[in-house]
Design a binder for this molecule. Structure first.
Ligand code: ADP
Ligand code: ADP
Length: 217
């Protein structure tokens, strides 16, 4: 049966960083809802135009739009063995919708690792984050610097700083996380799917903890 994993955690917790590592290790497809939205923005699609204002303000894109976009992605044949979801679901309504769509594919959520990081650390992480244009690889100017400044180590594309990583937007994103996404902790805890990992450790230690959790599940 296909295996679906859901990474949750506040903005800057390290979801994208860890998703790339874990997806490669287990041969899973990495699905980042933020990357899907940014791709639509770049291609100036209707969906991108709709999402743009919400993203710029650090608010969530409405559930129906987000759910439709992820459903399309999960329906593609490369997800037939499962996927690692990063940034979706972000509300209990999205989590309900995910359960329904996975049921249609005769599957379910296997495990939900929460990457736990306190708010002050998040601001330091996001203000130094550099993201790759081509595939969403992420670096940090102090904590995980690329070999050559401004260039992705992995695919050679340009690194840029996301507009929504400026401090005022980050503060709003953390507030939105606390109000709208943190209820998912309880949601998945009550379904015995949640496992919490300390996200303040160095990147390779967090990866090792995540792998241990996945192998135990
Ligand atoms: P998210 O996807 O949860 O928003 P990212 O994976 O993009 O988070 O990480 C946010 C920033 O923090 C990036 O600049 C990344 O390089 C850095 N980072 C990720 N994990 C760690 C870690 N364990 N320690 C220090 N910095 C980290
Ligand atoms: P981060 O991991 O740094 O929080 P993402 O790249 O996951 O950021 O998301 C960037 C923006 O895209 C969010 O602030 C939000 O506007 C939008 N977005 C991403 N995923 C979702 C989602 N599941 N529901 C609603 N909006 C989303």
């Amino acid at each position: 049966m296909a295996k679906f994993y859901v990474l949750i955690g506040p903005p800057g917790a390290g979801k994208g960083t860890q998703a790339k590592i874990i997806a490669e290790k287990y041969g899973l497809v990495h699905i980042s809802s933020g990357d899907l939205f940014r791709e639509n923005l770049k291609n100036e699609t209707e969906l991108g135009k709709l999402a743009q204002g919400f993203m710029a303000r650090g608010e969530l894109v409405p559930d129906d739009v987000t759910i439709g976009m992820v459903r399309d992605r999960i329906s593609r044949p490369d997800c037939k063995n499962g996927a690692l979801l990063d940034g979706f679901p972000r509300t209990p309504a999205q989590a309900d919708a995910l359960a329904v769509m996975l049921k249609e594919f005769d599957s379910k959520v296997e495990l939900v690792p929460l990457i736990d990081v306190p708010a002050q650390t998040l601001i330091d992480r996001l203000s130094g984050r550099w993201s790759c244009r081509a595939q969403g690889h992420v670096f940090h100017e102090k904590f995980n610097p690329p070999q050559v400044a401004g260039i992705c180590d992995i695919d050679g594309s340009e690194l840029y700083q996301r507009e929504d990583d400026q401090r005022s937007t980050v503060e709003n994103r953390i507030k939105v996380y606390t109000q709208q996404t943190a209820p998912l902790i309880e949601y998945y805890q009550s379904r015995n799917l949640l496992v919490t990992v300390d996200g303040t450790k160095p990147i390779d230690e967090v990866s090792a903890d995540l792998q241990a959790a996945i192998e135990k599940a």
